[in-house]
Design a protein around this ligand. Structure first.
Ligand code: KIV
Length: 278
C-alpha cells in the first residue's frame, strides 16, 4: 500500500504593512503605488510587485465615466475594494474615502472609515485635506486602529472650490500652507501622504521635513514614492492627457484592434473555427 503524498502547500505571501512602508522611507527605498478597481487588475498589479494598491475614487472618472469623483458613494468604494482584495495577496490595499463620508464630523468620519475597512478588508483608508477637522478625524481613526494615508495639494473632491485641477502651492503663502498641512497630517498619525499637483521643489521640501513617506502624483521625483492611475499608465484611458502621465502601454489601441479583428472574424464566419468548437 502506498502512503498518500502530503499535499504541497504553496508558500503564503506576507502582505505589505504600514511598518514595511515606514521602513522603506528609512532605508531610502522608493515606494510604488498604483490604483486598481477590480480583482483582475488587482491581481496583475500585485503580481507585478507594487507595494500599495490604491482603490481610488478616481474610479468615478475612469470606470463610471463621471466628470469628477464627487458622485462616488461609499457602497461603490466598498464593492470595488472588496473585488481588489479578492485578487491581491501581497500589496497593501488602501481604500479612498469618498466625498461627504468624512468631512461632516469627526464621529461620522471614524464610523465611515471603520465601515469601509470592515466591509472591504482593506488595510488602510485615504482622506483628502489638511483642515483642523480632517486632522482630528485622522487622529481619531488612528486611535481606533485605522491606518490613514493623507492627501494634499490638488484634492479632487474639492475641485469646485479649487477652480479645477490646478497645481497647488505655487505662491509662498499657499506653499507655506501645504507645509503646515503636511506636518499636521504627520502629527495626527497618518502613515503616508499623497502630494498631488505640487511643484517638484516644494514636494522635495515637504518630503525632507516629514518622517512619514510622501507619495507623489504630478509632484516631481523627490517624493518617497509615486502613484499613478492604472488606466492612464496602461494607455487605456487615452482621452486623458496630463503632463505627469507617462504611458507604458497603448492598451486602448490594443482593445480596439482586438475587438475589430474578432468582429470581422464573426462577420465572415472565421470564428469559431474547429479549434474553438466542441
Ligand atoms: O483617486 C485616486 O486615484 C487618487 C490618486 C490619484 C492619488 O486619489
Amino acid at each position: 500500500m502506498t502512503t498518500p503524498k502530503k499535499p504541497v502547500r504553496e508558500k503564503k505571501v506576507r502582505p505589505v504593512t504600514i511598518h514595511d512602508i515606514a521602513e522603506k522611507k528609512r532605508a531610502g527605498e522608493r515606494i510604488v503605488v498604483l490604483t486598481a478597481y477590480d480583482a483582475l487588475f488587482g491581481r496583475l498589479v500585485d503580481e507585478a510587485g507594487v507595494d500599495i494598491i490604491l482603490v481610488g475614487d478616481s474610479l468615478g472618472n475612469v470606470i463610471a465615466g463621471h466628470s469628477s469623483t464627487l458622485p462616488v458613494t461609499l457602497a461603490q468604494m466598498i464593492y470595488h475594494a472588496s473585488a481588489v482584495r479578492r485578487g491581491v495577496e501581497r500589496a497593501m490595499i488602501v481604500i479612498d474615502m469618498p466625498f461627504l463620508t468624512y468631512q461632516v464630523s469627526v464621529e461620522r468620519g471614524v464610523l465611515s472609515c471603520g465601515h469601509a475597512m470592515q466591509r472591504s478588508c482593506a488595510g488602510a483608508v485615504k482622506l483628502e485635506g489638511g483642515s483642523p477637522q480632517i486632522l482630528e478625524t485622522i487622529s481619531a481613526c488612528v486611535r481606533a486602529g485605522i491606518p490613514v494615508m493623507g492627501h494634499i495639494g490638488f484634492t479632487p473632491q474639492s475641485v469646485h472650490t479649487l477652480g479645477g485641477a490646478r497645481v497647488q502651492g505655487r505662491d509662498p503663502e499657499s506653499a507655506e500652507r501645504l507645509i503646515t498641512e503636511a506636518k499636521g497630517i504627520e502629527e495626527s498619525g497618518a502613515f503616508a501622504i499623497v502630494l498631488e499637483l505640487v511643484p517638484a521643489k516644494l514636494a522635495g521640501e515637504i518630503t525632507r521635513a516629514l518622517s512619514i513617506p510622501t507619495i507623489g502624483i504630478g509632484a516631481g521625483v523627490a517624493c518617497d514614492g509615486q502613484v499613478l492611475v492604472l488606466p492612464d499608465l496602461l494607455g487605456l484611458n487615452d482621452t486623458f492627457n496630463a503632463k505627469f502621465v507617462k504611458r507604458y502601454a497603448s492598451m486602448a489601441d490594443d482593445v480596439r484592434s482586438a475587438v475589430s479583428r474578432w468582429a470581422e472574424d464573426v462577420r465572415n464566419g472565421a470564428y469559431p473555427d474547429d479549434e474553438h468548437s466542441f
